[in-house]
Design a protein around this ligand. Structure first.
Ligand SMILES: [Zn+2]
Length: 410
């Protein structure tokens, strides 16, 4: 199947301004990128999509996704833990919702149930259910008890051997990225964000075991000690890091090629905006969110200036921050971190593609054809990406998830 998408303005993911062009997709990849609206009109194609001057850009990549945090723009759940069958329905739906919103790749930041995401990733890959490309994860691991004491499961034992057992288990069930909660979380348990939950020995064991098994590490870390442990462990992506001090920032910049960073403003802004019913006290969550955003307003620009690859993805899945709103992160990058719209788009496309480790996130010959056709210019206003009605086309791997009304047979 060859698809010609003609007469578009191409935002290619590099950050340069959109330019007139056309794209030929052959199978699942981009075969040619032409530099004029009609440049590829002579190419044989099975299908021609008339762009009408709309913007063609790479599909979005979310770096911090929780598909088992059940709430989405289509269905809000007020309880966090669901019966297994309902949780599966929610996770499967959330994958489709994210694709409907223009996200063609997701890097999971952990789940509530073991094994669910490898199943979902396989079902998506097999074409059994619609969804983005997914790096599947497992239960977010935080250790408890004492070393050598059997906690009865692989998800929270102490010591290097317990960590190795956890990684072996994850590799066996098809997980590709493990999630380590290295810091506590003020929003859930006030005063715990400064706690460091792992030892150096455990983190080094995680590093060795994941390297051996070919897995990646995603680390939740707020304070310098936790961020440093995550770097020691060779984490592929570090979340939050809101309280990194000058020395930690310097180390992050020095080691910028070894990891990605996703601050996650979505959950903070969502918490601040939320007006919960009287029986739910969100005051600690709101105070923490305001403090984090204020710190990140200085931290994120400094890390970006130092060349750290900063990504979007903001812990969506709460009732006040449901799955499907993920494109709000782009606007938060502009409003809170001083990004230009084009810079936010690069974070959400090319840099996200690098995190996935796939040929995605760019409109480039040979790259996978994960493409959006957008009504309007997101480099002028990233907020338009929050309106799925403006996504005239959503293509993943050359297949149309959403076809433009005007798609016609050649
Ligand atoms: Zn998270």
């Amino acid at each position: 199947m060859r698809t010609l998408i003609r007469n578009v303005r191409i935002f290619d993911g590099s950050g340069s301004a959109p330019r007139a062009g056309a794209v030929l997709v052959d199978g699942e990849r981009i075969a040619r990128v032409g530099d004029a609206a009609d440049a590829l009109d002579g190419e044989a194609a099975d299908r021609i999509i008339e762009g009408d001057g709309r913007t063609l850009m790479p599909g979005l990549v979310d770096a911090h996704t929780h598909l088992t945090w059940a709430s989405s723009i289509e269905k809000i759940y007020h309880q966090f833990i669901l019966p297994p069958e309902e949780l599966k329905v929610a996770a499967w739906r959330n994958a489709r919702v994210l694709l409907d919103q223009g996200f063609t790749s997701l890097y999971s930041a952990g789940t509530l149930v073991d094994g669910i995401e490898p199943d979902l990733a396989a079902a998506i890959e097999a074409g059994e259910t619609p969804g983005p490309r997914l790096v599947p994860s497992t239960i977010e691991r935080s250790p408890e008890g004492d070393e050598g004491v059997d906690t009865g499961n692989v998800f929270n034992g102490r010591g290097a051997e317990a960590m190795r057992g956890f990684v072996r288990h994850c590799a066996d069930v098809g997980v590709r990225s493990i999630k380590l909660v290295v810091s506590g979380e003020d929003a859930l348990k006030p005063g715990t964000a400064q706690h460091v939950l792992y030892t150096e020995e455990e983190m080094v064991a995680a590093r060795e075991a994941t390297r051996e098994a070919g897995l990646w590490i995603a680390a939740h870390a707020y304070y310098p000690d936790a961020v440093n442990l995550a770097l020691d462990a060779g984490a592929r992506v570090i979340y939050h890091a809101s309280y990194a001090d000058d020395a930690t920032v310097a180390r992050m910049i020095a080691e910028k090629d070894n990891f990605f960073y996703a601050p996650g403003p979505g959950v903070s802004v969502g918490a601040l905006e939320a007006s919960p019913p009287p029986h739910i006290d969100m005051s600690a969550m709101k105070a923490s969110a305001a403090d984090r955003l204020e710190r990140e307003a200085k931290l994120v620009p400094a890390l970006k200036a130092g060349g750290v690859r900063v990504l979007i993805g903001g812990d969506y899945g709460f009732p006040f921050n449901p799955n499907g709103r993920n494109a709000r992160d782009l606007e938060h990058f502009v409003n809170h971190y001083g990004y230009t719209p084009a810079e936010a788009l690069v974070a959400a496309t090319r840099l996200g593609g690098e995190l996935m480790g796939l040929d995605v996130g760019q409109v480039r010959e040979g790259w996978l054809a994960d493409l959006l056709l957008v009504d309007g210019d997101p480099t002028a206003d990233v907020a338009i990406l929050q309106d799925a009605a403006r996504l005239a086309m959503i293509m993943k791997g050359g297949a149309l998830h959403k076809a433009p009304a005007a798609a016609e047979a050649a």
